[in-house]
Design a protein around this ligand. Structure first.
Ligand code: SAM
Ligand code: CA
Length: 220
């Protein structure tokens, strides 16, 4: 049996980007601008963006949800992949980060597909549920504060239709989930959700070892 997660050094990662990455010049510029920000490491990797675009195409998503948008890279990938009929609801609390996102969404010509809800995402998701939006989404991406991941997951599971897909980011947390000496609240929250998902019969489950680990949970 081979190990399913290959150690990837810089040389191999450069090769991967050189041979698989299809990124528009605009997305490249957004990465460059974000890389000069102190919290740049929060951005998903470009190969992950391309993978998420593929997922959205595969399931023919028309309505998607994003929890944690930062400077807009993952939203740009997902909203572009959905085409002009697509609608993406983005949740974030930061006016500053999302001002960058809005600028790029505008320039990409996809701003009209994106409904940015500024405020705590739990409240935004509860408002969507209260408005009768349960089961109306095809895809959800969870990538905001880790201590609320379980709350985001439970709400996303109600908001996506049966057969809809939830993608949860950073589920390996740089390896900390497997290190029993790590007991900070973010690590514990991710570890607990990982353990819960394993037994959660409401979803089909898979781990994609891309970026910092991406869980795919498909609602049954
Ligand atoms: N998906 C983004 C990308 O591709 O660049 C990265 C998202 S970043 C890891 C997490 C984001 O979650 C930040 O922009 C932060 O402002 C936002 N956030 C943190 N706590 C939040 C909350 N309670 N509600 C909504 N957004 C929150
Ligand atoms: Ca992330």
């Amino acid at each position: 049996m081979s190990k399913s997660i290959l150690p990837i050094d810089d040389r191999l990662y450069d090769y991967i980007l050189a041979n698989w990455l299809r990124e528009t010049p605009l997305m490249r510029r957004l990465r460059d601008e974000t890389s000069r920000m102190p919290m740049s490491m929060m951005q998903i990797s470009p190969d992950q963006g391309q993978f998420m675009a593929m997922l959205v195409e595969l399931i023919g998503a028309r309505r998607a949800l994003e929890i944690g948008s930062f400077t807009g890279y993952s939203a740009l990938a997902v909203a572009s992949a959905m085409g002009p009929q697509g609608r993406l609801v983005c949740c974030d609390i930061s006016e500053e980060y999302t001002a960058v996102a809005r600028r790029y969404w505008q320039e990409a010509g996809i701003a009209d597909r994106i409904d940015l809800k500024l405020g705590p995402a739990l409240a935004t998701l509860d408002a969507l549920l209260a408005r009768g939006e349960a089961g109306k989404f095809d895809f959800a991406f969870i990538d905001a504060d880790k201590t609320n991941y379980d709350g985001y997951y439970e709400r996303a599971l109600r908001l996506v239709r049966p057969g809809g897909l939830i993608a949860i980011d950073n589920v390996l947390w740089d390896g900390a989930v497997a290190d029993t000496t790590k007991t900070d609240e973010d690590t514990v929250a991710i570890r607990q959700l990982n353990a819960k998902l394993l037994k959660d019969e409401r979803v089909a489950l898979s781990l994609v070892p891309i970026g910092d680990g991406l869980t795919l949970a498909r609602r049954r």
